[in-house]
Design a protein around this ligand. Structure first.
Ligand SMILES: Nc1ncnc2c1ncn2[C@@H]1O[C@H](COP(=O)(O)OP(=O)(O)OP(=O)(O)O)[C@@H](O)[C@H]1O
Ligand SMILES: [Mg+2]
Length: 227
């Protein structure tokens, strides 16, 4: 599902990813770990086409990314197949929970409003938020907002989901609720790449762990070997 070969990326004249290669099969959960500033977020953003790289290749969900900015039409196709969940949720504040989840299928996929809302409702149910469909993001806890963000990403039925520290802005109880949802997705065979410092979660859900240090793959292996 993902093959990265010899990926190099620069930021402000400094090499921040150097010769990164990795592969993630369909149904795998790859966890990225490593010290702050090592390049984990940059790598995720290169995988999703959000940021440019200078050399190497990325293939993800049958899309091929090339060095430099991705053409707009390619980016649009990638966005349909590759979902992202961020540390800071980034919900649309002017839309309710269900409005957030129904938006992309309606706008990008052209689903009729009623059908988009029905599907959004069942996704909110899946992340344990059926009661909060009509709530505004500002009235939800951080853990609830993050679960809405996950439902919103799932609404596009992505082939790959990328998570950048989805629980590091949350207290342990809320983080637990979010990780339970992610673990359930893993059991369902969703291909995911997850940046997290939560080694207990990684031991439970990861099929492979990749440690990124100073822009390079320092170690790679099973959670049992690495953590
Ligand atoms: N837009 C940018 N401009 C300049 N430097 C950047 C930019 N984005 C990232 N960097 C640099 O690239 C390196 C990798 O950063 P990145 O955010 O990918 O690390 P990280 O592993 O995600 O760290 P953390 O665990 O703290 O989130 C760092 O040295 C960072 O300062
Ligand atoms: Mg980061």
């Amino acid at each position: 599902m993902i093959v990265v070969e010899s990926l190099c990326a620069d930021r402000c004249g400094t090499r921040v990813l150097a010769d990164v290669s990795l592969a993630v099969a369909a149904g795998e959960v790859a966890v990225l770990v490593g010290p702050s500033g090592g390049g984990k977020s940059t790598l995720l953003r290169c995988l999703s086409g959000l940021e440019a790289f200078v050399s190497g290749t990325v293939a993800i969900a049958e899309h091929r990314l090339t060095p430099g900015p991705q053409p707009a039409d390619r980016l649009e196709r990638i966005r349909r197949d590759v979902g992202m969940v961020f540390q800071q949720f980034h919900l649309f504040p002017h839309l309710t929970a269900i409005g957030n989840v129904a938006l992309a299928p309606r706008v990008v996929r052209g689903l009729p409003a009623e059908e988009a809302r029905d599907r959004a409702r069942s996704l909110l149910e899946r992340v344990g938020l059926a009661r909060f469909a009509d709530a505004w993001p500002a009235t939800l806890s951080g853990g609830q907002q993050q679960r809405v963000a996950i439902a919103r990403a799932l609404a596009m039925e992505p082939r790959v989901l990328l998570f950048d520290e989805p629980t590091s802005a949350l207290d342990p109880t809320m983080a637990g609720e979010v990780l339970e949802v992610v673990a359930e997705l893993a059991r369902g065979g969703q291909t995911m790449v997850i940046v997290t410092h939560d080694h207990a979660f990684a031991r439970r859900a990861a099929t492979q762990v990749i440690e990124i240090v100073a822009g390079r793959v320092a170690r790679r292996g099973s959670p049992g070997e690495l953590l």
